[in-house]
Design a protein around this ligand. Structure first.
Ligand code: 5AD
Ligand code: SF4
Length: 450
């Protein structure tokens, strides 16, 4: 590659989960710390980071077509953008990307992106570089501090996965489970609040597997960390995602009844409602075990909104086994949920299992499942009508004077009021749709930030 000018503008395109969004934001901050500014909307950037996701279908193909598009746009504009591929596809297929896509000058895995600035220096000098090492903790120490942020912030507390569900690439792309140290997290949360955050969502592939030693040397689980964060003045809301049923402990369940700042919402994937399928998925819990766990959460916090993930068409899934998923859904009555067609991921055990399911069968099952989940989501929203709650204002709505925010149950609520982003507005939920509710503020903006 030829040496090139130092880029002046960047764009990070993140795909996939919230962890990727978080990583993408942090990469942007690192570039900004180097004086590179975000490219204005609609303009080509000098440096593009494709922050990829590998969890489902056609991820790699999407990366190659994105690269092709960037090269073409560059040719038309008479310049060559620097291209970095980051995220889980970079981790899984880095070498292949380098071989197949000469326009890419940097490939950086999810545990190595703190080294992006050094790689950029090399790229500017005309050298291509790949870094897919996995020194996870080093990454967090090397990232710059966050200065100004919106009212809702993500904080990665745990990364990686040791569960090895047979369909999933995460244990291979994100590596083994690691927990960031307690002290680092408490001080980072304090800084986020100083920078404007009123809500923090704790992130981890298995966030409830987090453990660490507190300032007195006592072993703590996620509940202990949440108790400490709840003591931070100015932090109003705490959430966490994604949890695994096998990592749940009594303290975290109890925390939902004890900590007012911990929002009444739980995302707990189950994937299937059938025990044979769960076993083949290596989920190490049964449908019944999962349901009993939810009962304990509901006992601790009766209004808790439940959310989950589902896969339809896992190899060998029969119609009767799929019906088990539908009946679990009927029993739980989720407030929100995410459902996917099984996608064979290269290198995972399920990819070579017998009984791969035909696409049409998967399509049809997904349709039925989503109809049930949509029905329950609407019913949950309708049942909220008449409740009064605080809404954390996140952004302006489409019309003047209109604002959008989130209820404690993570529902989108829009309303008209004289307020500002970051306010907690008390509103009565007046009307419900499938994806949002209309609120009527009780009193205009109750509290303002700054
Ligand atoms: N195919 C389909 N869905 C998958 N997920 C993970 N791996 C796969 C796969 N191979 C889903 C699971 C998980 C969510 C993040 O993505 O439901 O909880
Ligand atoms: Fe993937 Fe299972 Fe780990 Fe979740 S728990 S990241 S689905 S292997």
């Amino acid at each position: 590659m030829k040496p090139t000018d130092t880029p002046k503008t960047y764009r990070v395109k993140s795909f996939g989960c919230q962890m990727n969004v978080y990583d993408g934001d942090r990469m942007g901050e690192m570039l900004a710390a180097r004086g590179i500014t975000p490219a204005p909307e609609g303009e080509d950037a000098d440096l593009v980071v494709l922050n990829t996701c590998h969890i489902r279908e056609k991820a790699a193909e999407k990366v190659y077509s994105d690269i092709g598009r960037l090269v073409k746009a560059g040719e038309e504009a008479g310049k060559k953008p620097l291209i970095a591929v980051a995220g889980c596809v970079a981790q899984a297929e880095g070498e292949e990307i380098m071989a197949r896509a000469p326009a890419v000058s940097m490939v950086v895995g999810p545990q190595a992106y703190h080294r992006l600035p050094e790689m950029l220096d090399k790229a500017v000098a005309g050298e291509r570089a790949t870094d897919t090492d996995m020194p996870a903790i080093a990454k967090f120490d090397a990232l710059p501090q966050r200065r100004k942020i919106g009212p809702t912030a993500f904080l990665t507390v745990q990364e990686g996965c040791d569960k090895f569900c047979t369909y999933c690439v995460v244990p291979y792309t994100r590596g083994a489970e690691i927990s960031r140290p307690y002290g680092d997290l408490v001080s980072e949360a304090q800084k986020l609040v100083e920078a404007g955050a009123r809500e923090i969502t704790l992130l981890g592939q298995n966030v409830n597997a987090w453990s660490g030693e507190d300032d007195k040397g006592r072993r703590q689980g996620l509940a202990g960390l949440i108790h400490a964060l709840a003591a931070i003045d100015g932090l109003e809301r705490i959430r966490y995602t994604t949890s695994h049923p096998m990592d749940m402990d009594e303290a975290l369940i109890a925390a939902h009844g004890e900590i007012a700042k911990l929002m009444p919402y739980l995302h707990l994937p189950v994937q299937s409602g059938n025990d044979r399928v769960l076993k083949a998925m290596n989920r190490s819990h049964t449908a019944e075990g999962y349901l009993r766990l939810l009962e304990r959460f509901r006992a601790a916090r009766p209004d808790i909104a439940l959310s989950g993930d589902f896969i339809v068409g896992f190899p060998g899934e029969t119609e009767a086994e799929f019906a088990g998923t539908l009946s679990l859904v009927d029993e739980v009555k989720y407030a929100q949920a995410f459902s996917f067609k099984y996608s064979a991921r290269p290198g995972t055990p399920a990819a070579t299992m017998d009984g791969q399911i035909a696409r049409e069968v998967m399509d049809e099952r997904l349709q039925r499942l989503q109809a049930a989940l949509n029905r329950d989501q609407l019913a949950f929203n309708q049942a909220s009508v008449g409740k009064t709650c605080e809404v954390l204002v996140e952004r302006k709505g489409k019309h003047p004077g209109q604002w959008l925010g989130k209820s404690p149950w993570l529902q989108s609520v829009w309303f008209e009021a004289d307020c500002a982003i970051g306010d907690l507005v008390t509103a009565e939920l007046a009307e419900a749709g499938p994806n949002s509710l209309r609120g009527i503020p009780k009193v205009a903006a109750l509290s303002s930030v700054g």
